[in-house]
Ligand binder design. Structure first.
Ligand SMILES: CC(C)(COP(=O)(O)OP(=O)(O)OC[C@H]1O[C@@H](n2cnc3c(N)ncnc32)[C@H](O)[C@@H]1OP(=O)(O)O)[C@@H](O)C(=O)NCCC(=O)NCCS
Length: 167
């Protein structure tokens, strides 16, 4: 069995810092999930989610990390690696940003740092699964060098599977 290095939990880019979750992220994370338009989760539920992320990372060595803007110091979303629909050996990259932060290249910048962190763990392939309607997310993946592998059908609609081999 191949073993991998633990993914770094502090990543820095020109404009962003990705760092571990803190309990104080709960209110902002709750506001982010509320933007999905399916209601506002209870803050208590969010605290449980954050604790779950930390426990998962402790056992898998991969992480979803909050994204903070360097200058403003504010939380704008998260980005990282998850098992999702794939595997710990070839995990998925995932990201979600506040609407007010869209359109500035932040997702591409954060995901680029996560890609480099994935390479540093020794992994050789990443995946992403995205609704085929999600043009902005597909564009982010294209900019990062992901290529479409296949499309599957789920109850929620068509899902594109994209993959990126790592050097
Ligand atoms: C997907 C998401 C993270 C992108 O964040 P972002 O910071 O705006 O992304 P970037 O600015 O780095 O890149 C977005 C790209 O999509 C393009 N884009 C935006 N809307 C588009 C549209 N409707 N059609 C085609 N391209 C579009 C942008 O022009 C940009 O490409 P460019 O640099 O070539 O101009 C953000 O839209 C989001 O959080 N969405 C909700 C959550 C989500 O869908 N997560 C992904 C689940 S798989």
């Amino acid at each position: 069995m191949t073993t991998y290095e633990t993914m770094a939990s502090h990543l820095e880019t020109e404009r962003l810092i990705l760092r571990p979750w803190d309990e104080s992220d709960a209110a902002e994370f709750c506001a982010l999930l509320a933007e999905r338009g399916k209601g506002t989760p209870e803050v208590e539920h969010i605290r449980t989610c954050i604790a779950g992320f930390l426990t998962a990372t402790a056992s898998t060595g991969i992480a979803l990390l909050p994204i903070q803007r360097r200058d403003e110091g504010d939380f704008i979303g998260y980005c990282g690696l998850i098992i999702g629909r794939t595997t710990l050996e070839e995990p998925e990259i995932a990201y979600e940003l506040f609407q007010h932060a869209h359109g500035h290249g932040y997702a591409t910048e954060a995901a680029g740092a996560v890609l480099r962190a994935a390479i540093a763990t020794g992994r050789t392939r990443l995946w992403s699964t995205v609704g085929t309607w999600n043009a902005p997310s597909l564009r982010v993946l294209e900019k990062l060098g992901f290529e479409r592998d296949r499309v599957s059908m789920e109850d929620s609609g068509e899902v594109a599977w994209l993959t990126r081999s790592l050097p």
